[in-house]
Design a protein around this ligand. Structure first.
Ligand code: HEM
Length: 541
């Protein structure tokens, strides 16, 4: 018995010593002999991923801020972990996020959501192109223009809820409200299955918490992606004890499987586009299509809602700006209750400048986005970056570059208008999404931004309710999705309460509710008949 015990002890000691030696040898190699050893940065970050984990997991989404400090200490190119470089130089963005040269993604990043076969997580640029090509027409600008009546109908639905809230005098947390709107748009358009969240009396806090949990989990799951299958297999009671957010996420994953995917009799959905395309049969299996569906719904929800939220805050926090905006909108459309057309809204300079400022101060994704040039060296200044090296840049750093955006924390639409060429040169540095791996939903998102902000700010006077910029709005946790401080009202960091002001409705013609019933049937099947009729026109190759 004691012999077995001694034997076990010696095996254990040997294993521990071997592991320590391995870690030590790997660290020495990484710091002094790896191809990245010549790049500036802290030795500890070069030695181990635990450096990043400390800032992003233990301190919850702080690595983006630490990276900013590292650039201050080491210059515009820094080695931020054993395998990865980060650049802070706005003029390098177009080279790194090239549209023309091949750019792969980085597995460490794409592993974080457990959807490895979705277009978002596809590492190889060629495979990505193959997967994305059938979806491009679905989200093209022309297709989205055909979607305008649906988005307008959804915005009318939102306005009718605002109207109800106005009557009740209740302040409302605005991020979930906008998120319900964006979720309804994307689920109806992409899946032909409107989730009808804005119709619920208290909107859908559970869905909003799920999306937030998904973004927040990323930093942790990057370190341990092998946990996904294990967690999926655990009983709910166990997961909820460990982490409730994870349970919400996994439940969403479990229920969101398209059950009957076949080509015959399909309504028009992203699945329809994928199944009808000539991508190889193995690309059309149920698991992959499910992952694309989950990706598009998840990606289309809080991204746009956060831009709307941040923009709403800054408009209400700077009372002159909504006045100017309303003046422009009133000139463009004499009846504020007549839904504004995209063709009228998009050329409006002040509204466009407000949206650009909203996009700038909401950052899109607050994490760095790595790109890998698989077979060519990249050159940055005197540095040669070996082929295959993940290099990242971060919108948060770009959008607060004081040379490009002076007084960068101020919400100043004028910065886009004062430009000689109407702000187009500056748009180069607005990096919510760029390059060959850019957001597929950006046309959809922009249409939602134009139509929502125009209608809400033309019709209603909102005011902030117990909202503090530092606590409730500014980025404090650079998770995948930007988050304010944990102390933000609402516990799950949904920042803004807006109480409704006193613009009288319906002075010219029908009320919002009448219009809602007129232009958008609550029954989503009938709204789809509308789209289905137009489906051939909608596919723009
Ligand atoms: C203003 C709102 C939005 C912003 C700022 C935004 C931002 C981004 C960014 C930065 C990426 C690239 C991520 C990466 O490099 O890893 C991305 C990808 C993506 N976004 Fe968006 N997004 C927005 C709205 C939407 C909407 C409404 C949809 C719904 C269709 C959507 C769907 C996607 C998808 C499917 C991808 C992956 C594309 C691919 O890898 O091919 N996004 N988004």
């Amino acid at each position: 018995m004691s012999f077995v015990f001694v034997l076990q002890q010696s095996w254990l000691t040997t294993a521990v010593v071997a592991a320590l030696l391995y870690v030590a040898a790997a660290s020495v190699y990484r710091v002094y002999f790896s191809p990245l050893a010549k790049f500036p940065g802290p030795k500890l970050a070069a030695a181990t991923l635990w450096y990043e984990a400390y800032y992003d997991v233990v301190k919850r989404g702080q690595y983006a801020f630490r990276i900013k400090e590292l650039h201050r200490m080491y210059g515009p190119i820094v080695r931020i972990n054993p395998h990865e470089l980060h650049i802070d130089d706005p003029d390098y963005y177009e080279e790194l996020y090239s549209r023309t040269s091949p750019r792969d993604k980085y597995k460490y990043y794409t592993d974080q959501f457990g959807i490895p076969n979705s277009s978002f997580s596809t590492i190889n640029h060629r495979l990505h192109r193959l997967r994305r090509q059938p979806l491009n027409p679905f989200f093209s600008k022309q297709s989205i223009q055909h979607l305008e009546p649906i988005i307008s109908g959804m915005v009318e639905k939102l306005c009718s809820r605002i109207q109800d809230l106005k009557k009740s005098g209740q302040p409302v947390l605005i991020r979930p409200v906008y998120q319900c709107l964006t979720t309804d748009v994307v689920t109806l358009y992409a899946l032909n299955e409107c989730w009808n969240y804005p119709d619920r009396p208290a909107f859908s806090s559970e869905w909003c918490a799920t999306v937030k949990a998904t973004g927040d989990m990323g930093n942790f799951m990057k370190q341990a992606p092998w946990l996904y299958p294990i967690l999926l297999a655990l009983p709910d009671a166990v997961i909820s004890t460990i982490f409730l957010g994870m349970l919400l996420l996994l439940n969403w994953r479990r229920i969101d499987k398209p059950s009957e995917i076949n080509e015959d009799g399909l309504a028009r959905t992203i699945f329809h586009s994928l199944l009808k395309s000539d991508i190889p049969p193995e690309e059309k299996n149920l698991d992959r299509l499910t992952q694309e569906g989950q990706l598009i719904v998840g990606a289309g929800a809080d991204t746009t809602a956060n831009v709307l939220t941040v923009t709403t805050f800054h408009l209400l926090n700077n009372p002159d700006i909504p006045l100017k905006l309303r003046e422009e909108l009133e000139n463009a459309t004499p009846d504020p209750y007549e839904p504004l057309k995209l063709a009228t809204a998009e050329p409006l300079p002040y509204l466009s400048a407000v949206i650009n400022e909203g996009l700038r101060l909401s950052y899109g994704l607050s994490t760095r986005l790595q790109r890998v040039a698989p077979s060519e060296e990249l050159h940055y200044g005197q540095w040669t970056i070996p082929a295959g090296t993940p290099v990242g840049m971060t919108s948060v750093l770009m959008h607060h570059n004081e040379t490009i955006f002076p007084n960068s924390y101020a919400f100043a639409p004028e910065r886009w208008l004062d430009q000689a060429n109407g702000g187009h040169a500056l748009e180069r540095y607005l990096v919510s999404s760029k390059g060959s791996r850019q957001c597929i939903g950006i046309n959809l998102a922009k249409s939602e931004l134009y139509l929502t902000l125009a209608s809400v700010f033309c019709r209603y006077s909102l005011e902030l309710f117990d909202t503090d910029r530092d606590r409730d709005v500014d980025l404090k946790h650079g998770n995948f999705l930007p988050q304010p401080s944990c102390g933000s009202k609402g516990g799950v960091a949904y920042p803004i309460s807006a109480s409704m002001g006193n613009v009288e409705e319906g002075t010219k013609g029908a009320t919002t509710t009448d219009r809602l019933h007129g232009c958008f049937q609550q029954n989503n099947v009938s709204s789809w008949v509308l789209l289905d009729d137009a489906k051939e026109d909608m596919i723009v190759e």
